[in-house]
Design a protein around this ligand. Structure first.
Ligand SMILES: NC(=O)c1ccc[n+]([C@@H]2O[C@H](COP(=O)([O-])OP(=O)(O)OC[C@H]3O[C@@H](n4cnc5c(N)ncnc54)[C@H](OP(=O)(O)O)[C@@H]3O)[C@@H](O)[C@H]2O)c1
Length: 198
């Protein structure tokens, strides 16, 4: 699969399999296992999706070597602090049954973002996370984090689709070295997108 190079050289598969709203454990496990069998190599979960354990089982059952997969999880708002990241990330790893994740994101721009970022930088240096990033950050907040910390966020996962093109924001993030990543690339099926003539 085609990949995109992040600002620290890590390559992210351009197409990911999202697991939002797959909360029923057997369904999440099966969906991830089958997605990997179908060719996906990039799986996106989050602490708030309540399915990290099932996603981890699906990954293990796929039989695909760990180093061929790219796994993302996200720190939920209540854990966005130095201590919150350290303790909740360890729990996420345990639930996923993994030694490291490929991408860890701060899910929303709330709580102690700076403290959380420091913990993520340390975990990255310790080899527990290959790339660190943010999600749903407005450009000004993303740039603020990038300018006043050692590590420039590798990714900002935001809503991008035909109804939410964000062209200027995408340009601004890229010029800062932050790779935009789309969530809801099909606009969550809204606005009758699949029948839109354009
Ligand atoms: N960082 C964040 O805050 C955030 C927020 C939202 C999502 N995400 C991530 O992004 C992932 C993807 O986003 P998403 O699932 O919200 O939205 P999406 O991929 O834009 O849209 C999914 C919707 O499109 C429909 N769909 C897809 N292909 C279709 C087709 N060929 N014909 C008709 N309908 C089709 C699906 O219908 P069916 O349900 O019938 O398949 C589903 O309702 C999530 O799983 C999650 O990992 C992140």
């Amino acid at each position: 699969m085609k990949t995109v190079k992040l600002n620290n050289g890590v390559e992210i598969p351009i197409l990911g399999f999202g697991t939002y709203q797959i909360t029923e454990p057997e369904e999440a496990e099966k969906a991830v296992r089958e997605a990997i069998k179908a060719g996906y190599r990039h799986i996106d979960t989050a602490q708030s999706y309540m399915n990290e354990e099932a996603v981890g089982k699906g990954i293990a059952e796929s039989g695909v070597p760990r180093e061929e997969l790219f796994i993302t999880t996200k720190i939920w708002v209540e854990n966005v602090s130095y201590k919150g990241v350290v303790t909740s990330f360890e729990r996420s790893l345990h639930r996923l049954g993994l030694e490291y994740v490929d991408l860890l994101l701060i899910h929303q721009p709330f709580n102690d973002v700076y403290g959380a970022w420091l913990a993520m930088e340390e975990l990255q240096k310790a080899g527990k996370i290959r790339a660190i990033g943010i999600s749903n950050f407005a450009v000004d907040k993303a740039v603020d984090l990038a300018e006043f910390n050692e590590v420039v966020p590798q990714v900002n996962q935001i809503e991008i689709n035909p109804f939410q093109q964000q062209s200027k924001n995408i340009e601004a993030l890229k010029s800062e070295g932050i790779m935009p990543e789309a969530w809801a690339p099909f606009a969550e099926g809204k606005n009758d997108i699949f029948n839109n003539p354009i």
